[in-house]
Design a protein around this ligand. Sequence first.
Ligand code: ZN
Length: 127
Amino acid sequence: MHEYSIAYDIYLTARRCADDYCATAVTIVYVEVGSLSMVNPDQVSFLFEAIAKEDNHPALAKAKLMCETVLPKTSCVCGYTGDEIYVCPVCGALPTVVKGKDVMVTRLEIEVGDDDGNDVKTENMEG
Ligand SMILES: [Zn+2]
């Protein structure tokens, strides 16, 4: 099940970040979903919440996924860049997909400490 392993990876990324920053809560996990990844964002969100519930990590109990669909970007050996994924409009070769195939966590919103409650930090990451 493709979506399950993706949701699990996202969950592990969020949990590792929560531990690294001693977060009391991860509130939102921003995820880019490439439109060529063949992944259903609703299903990933659902599975993410199911995994969080089962793992029962206190910082991730309320975490929600925010999925953003990313349109493909391609480049070609001739120098073309754009969104044609099958045929380069300049030279007719098969372009290389540089964006739009992957699913990745881009940012997390977390809460740290209990003094001022809403200290939200963001974390940029890859993969
Ligand atoms: Zn080309």
